[in-house]
Write a protein that binds this ligand. Structure first.
Ligand code: ADP
Length: 359
């Protein structure tokens, strides 16, 4: 069936789905376009603030109705908040008014995103260990893997299976060493490549962020995809992001990429917390000697040029890679080791800029 025919057939099937207040979903003004890709179908149902739970059964029924028509394609139905009330006054974050359309996620006090200019610089590894280091400071912490090109948080945290879905359609996050964890990887069908188009990426992010029972959390750490793209734009436009941490390796090329990502985030007026230099130096396992294999100070100088705080450096050590591959991050494997000490120092620099109330 052609994509447009399938979208029309799904819409027709949604006529059998009742919605709160009477009427059916196909005729409901809050139903979005139905996006069809080779492996997935995504659409959103806009509901008035506070109506998410009431629409839960309709969402479930829509999911079943769409699945019956769409065969093996993965169905993603998300509930999205309606427009904010017209007369609502401005909200404030860091003392600045928040642009219209951005809302906080209920139950989450602070959101910190971790980004990078390109892949493979250790962004996800850093995000996981920063989250664990913040938890070690006594905070309630969650981690959201929004890296749709290579969701690696399940592997890094040794997560298995999928998050549970409650009767009202809301996800219960998985637990990993005390962190509440959700990954965009859990929205994918195993062994099927998903072509993420803008609206689908946005719908998946919304669902993970807003239809997950996160709270109460002091901090949610979001692992962004590398570079810049739909997820960054969507997160920056939808949500109050309290700060972004950029991870880079010392090589200039990575820093040039990081600068591009930083420029884009600045345009969206997302506060930048600073730069982390990963794989910064090498510590010989036998002698403990430090080798500055890439030269030193690249990221520090770049941070200064960009007028960003330098949050700290993490050594290139085998134990980080081995522990990460085995699903036991260094913050857990050796909480007092030199790697954990480096992550803890970075998380304290973050906290110093971002007052978070302890439990
Ligand atoms: P990204 O999220 O930027 O794509 P990852 O966090 O997945 O990068 O890391 C890429 C690879 O580098 C992984 O194999 C990871 O274990 C390894 N790695 C990350 N940081 C370090 C480090 N400081 N020392 C050694 N290996 C590291």
């Amino acid at each position: 069936m052609a994509d447009t025919d399938l979208a029309a057939a799904i819409k027709a099937a949604l006529a059998a789905v009742d919605i709160p207040g009477g009427g059916d979903l196909a005729g409901y003004g809050g139903l979005s376009d139905i996006i069809v890709t080779p492996s997935a179908v995504a659409f959103a149902i806009a509901v008035a603030p506070g109506m998410e739970a009431a629409f839960g059964p309709a969402r479930e029924a829509a999911q079943r109705a769409a699945q019956a028509v769409a065969g093996t394609r993965k169905i993603m139905v998300s509930l999205t908040g309606g427009k904010p009330p017209a007369k609502a006054g401005p909200t404030f974050s860091h003392g600045k008014p928040v642009p219209a359309g951005k809302t906080a996620v209920p139950g989450i006090k602070r959101i910190i995103a971790v980004g990078s200019g390109k892949g493979g610089v250790g962004k996800s590894t850093t995000a996981v260990n920063i989250a664990l280091a913040l938890q070690a400071e006594g905070l309630r912490v969650g981690i959201l893997d929004a890296d749709l090109y290579g969701p690696s948080i399940p592997k890094l945290l040794g997560l298995e299976g999928r998050p549970a879905v409650r009767d009202d359609g809301i996800f219960s996050p998985q637990d990993a060493f005390g962190l509440k964890a959700m990954s965009i990887g859990s929205m994918l069908v195993k062994d099927q490549a998903v072509v993420w188009r803008g609206p689908m990426a946005t719908a998946a992010l919304r669902q993970l962020l807003r239809e997950t029972d996160w709270g109460p959390l002091d901090v949610l750490v979001v692992d962004l995809p590398p570079g810049t793209g739909d997820i960054h734009i969507s997160l920056a436009q939808q949500t109050i992001v309290d700060g972004v941490v950029i991870v880079s390796t010392p090589q200039d090329l990575a820093l040039i990429d990081a600068k591009k990502a930083i420029d884009m985030l600045r345009r969206f007026e997302v506060p930048l917390l600073g730069l982390v230099e990963n794989m910064s130096y090498f510590i010989a396992p036998d002698t403990g000697t430090r080798y500055d294999i890439f030269g030193t100070g690249g990221a520090q100088q770049a941070a200064a040029d960009l007028e960003l705080p330098f949050l700290g450096a993490i050594p290139l050590v085998m134990s980080i890679r081995e522990g990460s591959d085995a699903g036991v991050p260094p913050m857990i494997a050796a909480p007092d080791g030199p790697e954990a000490t480096a992550y803890r120092a970075i998380s304290r620099s973050i906290l110093a800029q971002l007052p978070v109330l302890p439990r």
